[in-house]
Design a protein around this ligand. Sequence first.
Ligand code: SF4
Length: 389
Amino acid sequence: MSDIIPQEFNLQNVLTHTPGGIYLHIPFCRKACSYCDFHFSTKVSGVEDFVRALLKEIHNRSWEYGSVQTIYFGGGTPSLLSLTQVEQILNALSRFPLELKEVTFEMNPDDADSEYLSGLRSLGINRLSVGFQSLRDHDLAWMGRTHRNSDIISIPEKVAKAGFDNYTVDFIFGMPGMKMSEWIHQLEWAIGQAIPHLSLYALTVEQKTLLHHWIKKGVVSAPVEDQQESEFFAAHDFLTSSGYEHYEVSNYGLPGKTAIHNQSYWSGKPYLGFGPSAHSYSGKTRRWNVANNAMYIKGVNEGAVFFEEEHLSPKDVFNEMVMMGLRTKMGVNLEMMEKRLGRNLVDYLLKAIEKHPRNEVFLVFENRVFLPFDLWFQADGLAADLFFV
Ligand code: SF4
């Protein structure tokens, strides 16, 4: 089968002119949430040293890119940065040729005071991502969140007053003990507030988290797949009938409010990641910075290597395109696949679909391959069946 892999794997021509995004990982949180396995440290006294190293990394790598459409401050908790630090980072990024459409800033609800929000807006941040997770104080307490319902309910008014017309909020569903009526109540509230964008994630139990430990000890019950599936479908019905577009497994937007930055990831555009544990993708290579704040700072300051990098094979790119595409409304773009990988791999994909025991579930039209939304919950498994191995 290896003869269908292109000998010449050079994506440079396709990607040089493709604008992409910049991701900044701010690796600090006030407190560890019980379910979280992202990279962060609770030693917030290290923020200043980290920002100095981050500015240096941005400076050293500013030759790496063509043009930038989106910037995303993620973490961790970016709202632990002072406004001065946010400004320093944005100034450093102005070394890149910017054609900015979206600048997103993640924050916790308890950091959203009016002065901070207005400050962010005046620095050019035009989209917020606020981690609600749940409206129920009971859930927020066991999750170890630092905010409560009272911090959440004032957010829509506060962000509007600060001049933001675009923001997204996260909710977690499929939590042990949550009734369907309670889940629907949260969505009703969000719809009533006309929140422009929602990301809804099924609770997952990651190794080495406190939640994993509690479940192993029997202190908390494990999430139930049937409950998660019915809450997923209920959210879809409820939100789409209220005008939201369900455009990726976990993401819903009101018209014109879908996330540009995340869509670049799903459509295979290149991006640069700065900060500990941040990933970068050139289309041909993937690079990831060390997930350790001290090693990152030392590496940047001493000019040592603080990242690993792998060269992607056509097979890796093919599998990623299938995996990402089937989780979205846009599907797998066959024209893009042909441009990047050649016709043989497109034919391989179409053949793999034909041979699949459930081939009728894959919809092929307008040069794209889709899954109907009711199979998005199984998208990862179905995509893996089509992988080039
Ligand atoms: S605030 Fe976010 S990144 Fe920090 S521990 Fe909680 S979930 Fe993880």
